[in-house]
Design a protein around this ligand. Sequence first.
Ligand SMILES: *Cc1c(COP(=O)(O)O)cnc(C)c1O
Length: 424
Amino acid sequence: MTTVSELIQPRELIGDTGLRPHSPLTRAVHGHRQSRRPHPHHALTTPIVQTATYTFKNSADLCAFMEAKMWGNDPEMAERGEYGRYGNPTVRSVEKRLATLEEGDDALLFPTGMAAITNVLLSILPAGAHVIFTDDCYRKTRQFCNSFLRRFGIETSQVPVGDYAALEQAIQANTRLIISESPTNPYLRVVDLERLADIAHRHRVKTLIDATFATPINVRPLQFGIDLVIHSATKYLSGHNDIMAGVAVGEAGLIHALRQSQGMLGGVLDPHAAALLERGLKTLALRVRQQNQTTQSIASYLETHPKIEQVWYPGLSSHPDYAIAQAQMSGFGGVVSFTIKPIAGETPLATTSRFIDAVTIPLIAPSLGGVESLIEQPALMSYYELSTEERLAIGVRDNLVRLAVGIEDENDILTDLEQALAQI
Ligand SMILES: *Cc1c(COP(=O)(O)O)cnc(C)c1O
């Protein structure tokens, strides 16, 4: 028989003792909650504080707040609301939950993933700095560095992902930042984070990892010495294809500095979107575990199919980064990329489009990480304006397919892929 004290025991663990030692599964549900102090009106969920500005009781109250902000002697007072662009309690609550999940000091939310990336780069790079990024990086990040930041005298170098000698060689006296992703898009390359951080730190260079494809359930890059982690929270973190958001997680001083510049640059997350993100985070671990498992099965199935040319998934022993993925990640994510074998008398572009059109469960759309499976042919989706030759130069083959697996039944997706492959 269960005794009363046994019933009380687990409550103590998730109550006043804090949640840091718990698994990501528990942290995703309970967030940063350090005590059982209730929310206003004893609400279990975080209230949506829909306000543009905040009031002060009187001038003395205002002065006490300004003093607390200046001297940092009263953190609780300093965190109270002032004006919407400088912070919102709903957004703040989700930031703390994300910091806990990534095992970072603090986090800062943005209205999109790109807002997180551009805000970070605009804030931390001085004029004339040099940035290194790995190829197979999110295309808009590369474009921002190569075209937009160039106007401020910022130089860039691109090195092949996985070539650590080239990475070290690319470091110059003015190099300030190394940007990479892990896993990358679309070939799911996995970066040896410890090795990357070690090279960067030896040269006093900061590191930024876009870990959108990994999620904190599969890998937490700060644990490996990375300085800053970024996510497009539009993808797995919110998980339902219904909001856009971005987040940066890292050391407290760095996040504080980013918060200061966010107050100037002005890109803040809406509290409604923050509430939907928090709701998504509560099921993050369940969704990602399911997506890991289903995608592993799909990748293995595709690899044996006679109409498939090649499959890229870090959970397959054929993937170039299988070993580092095994050592570094606890799951390999919900995206699998593959090429369709060319057929005589038809362009690979056309055969691949016919396959995609024959699939019925995954929807044709950009993005990933939501509950619905999405499928796309990168040659038509993100690289349409390029010629076949230009696409090949950046590694995007005409017969490449990217499947972002949702949480539908594994057998249903496998059966669907089988019937679609039978039609080509
Ligand atoms: C989607 C995505 C982004 C951009 O995020 P948005 O929320 O669309 O602005 C950046 N990096 C990666 C890896 C992405 O998948």
